[in-house]
Design a protein. Structure first.
Length: 95
């Protein structure tokens, strides 16, 4: 049975993403700052980045594309992308 998607709440999303990204990348959460470029500053390669997006898709029930991969450089970008995708899907974003 498929696990239901976690609701997206603007208030808690940055902290949730920080934990998820740190776990997937096997990094300390203190390294995952809102505006740190994951590729340029933390050396995340395309495979690792794709792995992060897959975890986000499964966790939050949104679909991402290759174009989305190009738009996301940091945690802030991920937050914006997830909120945009959830709103386009069904408008389900809580404050």
């Amino acid at each position: 049975m498929k696990k239901p998607a976690r609701p997206i709440r603007k208030e808690t999303l940055p902290a949730e993403l920080k934990t998820l990204v740190a776990t997937v990348l096997d990094r300390d959460e203190s390294e995952i700052l809102p505006d740190v470029n994951l590729v340029k500053e933390l050396g995340v390669d395309s495979i690792m980045f794709l792995e992060v997006l897959v975890v986000l898709e499964r966790t939050y029930g949104v679909k991402t594309s290759q174009d989305d991969l190009k738009r996301v450089a940091c945690l802030n970008d991920m937050c914006e992308l997830l909120i945009e995708k959830a709103q386009a899907r069904d408008g389900s974003v809580s404050p």
